[in-house]
Design a protein around this ligand. Structure first.
Ligand SMILES: Cc1cc2nc3c(=O)[nH]c(=O)nc-3n(C[C@H](O)[C@H](O)[C@H](O)COP(=O)(O)OP(=O)(O)OC[C@H]3O[C@@H](n4cnc5c(N)ncnc54)[C@H](O)[C@@H]3O)c2cc1C
Length: 406
């Protein structure tokens, strides 16, 4: 039985570890936090998963919350300009529902599932020396520690990375948020405020039941970038209400009854979009293989990271099982990652970079979506399946040709 170590029990690491266990591998999973610590900890993400990634989880038997998490088929998109005025508003429809399950709930549940299925978890934070030890005693060691320090072992790919964060992020989990049409199915909402940033609202399932997650994507130094003092959730909600009243008054009314879900239901930070080389060399000729955010880190503006992590886990699992008894060489790691990059990760990275920069041809697409439901639908489904990005959004010419064909 082949011995594989997976370091990091998040979306990528747990998905891969559970898959390897099911395929008969001897897996050492190293997790920094126990299920209790996760459930009692701070929120981690807004973690919207789109249909294609949810299908991957379903196929792996990991969709444990599918019938409890709100199923989101529609996104109400609004362009605000100038502040306080609705310039454009329309609904984009997804072909398959998206769902968001609080990662505190999801990762704790997957850790317990791993144990129930006979997997062995070591609870500790791994440092470089610990990683060396794991690499020496396993045939393959996969690093799935997300944005944690171990990512620094993997060389940054400057050509595919941004020099600094392009948004600051501030998110809040809340109960009691209203909907424009309370009788309608749960919808996500997306508001763009030119030069200031974006606001996303995601229906989700948290520890205390269904909730709404509000994510501000603020242009650094702009008027929405005002949470750097990391207020608690109550103060954060108050401040958010002030911004809503000024910039998005139609949202403000829906937040009259809202309250934070819990004392750790908020988050503040920023992400520097970063791609790294997938193989890190340790001492004595040992190599380790990166997955998920460790090697492909996106700003969450397009909600790609967890989806990408699920795709990577499935891709790596297939490559490992197809590799049979052969050695997991650095060359095999690079080829496996290259395939993941070409088929999946690259599209999410390029789509996200475009959405952050919002070039003129993309602005035209958002405008055209208000006129043509088929444009709105294609746009929504590009979030779900970014491999469509290169065929219509990657250059002004492609977009022009598509819009002209309508
Ligand atoms: C505000 C915000 C909103 C987001 N919204 C979305 C969204 O809507 N949709 C989407 O797809 N993605 C979203 N993302 C991104 C998504 O959350 C991540 O891309 C995804 O969780 C990455 O999974 P991962 O397994 O690579 O890393 P993580 O989920 O970060 O997991 C890494 C794990 O490794 C552990 N770890 C770290 N260091 C060590 C160590 N030294 N030893 C042992 N364990 C360690 C951590 O505790 C953690 O459990 C969002 C991110 C943010 C910040």
């Amino acid at each position: 039985m082949r011995r594989i170590a997976v370091v990091g029990a998040g979306q990528a690491g747990l998905h891969l570890a559970l898959g390897l266990l099911a395929a008969g591998y001897r897996v050492t999973l190293v997790a920094a936090r126990t299920p209790q610590q996760l459930r009692g900890g701070r929120v981690l993400s807004t973690q919207a998963m789109f249909g294609p990634a949810l299908r991957i989880e379903r196929a792996a038997g990991l969709d444990l919350w599918a019938d409890r998490a709100p199923a989101v088929y529609s996104v109400d998109a609004t362009l605000a300009a100038p502040p306080g005025v609705r310039a454009l508003a329309y609904t984009m429809t997804l072909d398959e529902p998206a769902q968001s399950v609080d990662q505190r709930l999801k990762m704790a549940g997957w850790l317990e599932l791993f144990a129930e299925r006979g997997g062995r978890t070591e609870y500790r934070a791994v440092d470089r020396a610990g990683l060396q030890q794991l690499a020496e005693t396993h045939e393959l060691t996969v690093v799935a520690t997300g944005r944690g320090e171990l990512a620094e072992l993997f060389a940054r790919d400057a050509g595919r990375s941004a020099p600094q964060p392009l948004r600051t992020l501030c998110c809040l989990y809340a109960h009691g948020v209203g909907a424009p049409d309370p009788a309608a199915e749960p919808r996500a909402r997306m508001n763009a405020i030119p030069q200031a940033g974006e606001l996303y609202l995601q229906p989700a399932l948290t520890l205390s039941g269904p909730c709404s997650i509000l994510l501000w994507e603020a242009v650094p130094g702009g008027p929405l970038d005002c949470f750097a003092d990391r207020p608690g959730p109550v103060e954060q909600l108050d401040r958010m209400r002030g911004l809503l009243r000024e910039y998005l008054p139609w949202e403000y009314e829906l937040w009259a009854e809202a309250e934070p879900t819990d004392a750790l239901g908020n988050l503040y930070g920023a992400v520097t979009p970063t791609v790294r080389h997938p193989v890190a060399e340790l001492d004595h000729g040992c190599h380790v293989f990166g997955i998920g955010d460790t090697v492909v880190l996106n700003d969450p503006i397009t909600g790609q990271g967890a989806n990408n992590a699920a795709r990577a886990a499935a891709r790596y699992l297939r490559a490992i099982t197809e590799h049979g008894e052969a050695a997991f060489t650095p060359g095999w790691m690079r080829r496996t990652f290259d395939l993941h990059w070409r088929e999946e990760a690259r599209h999410s990275v390029e789509f996200t970079a475009s959405m952050l920069a919002m070039p003129e041809h993309l602005q035209r697409v958002f405008g055209a979506a208000a006129e043509h439901p088929q444009v709105a639908r294609r746009l929504a489904n590009t979030y779900a399946e970014p491999s469509d990005y290169p065929s219509w959004l990657a250059t002004p010419e492609l977009t022009q040709a598509y819009l002209a064909s309508l």
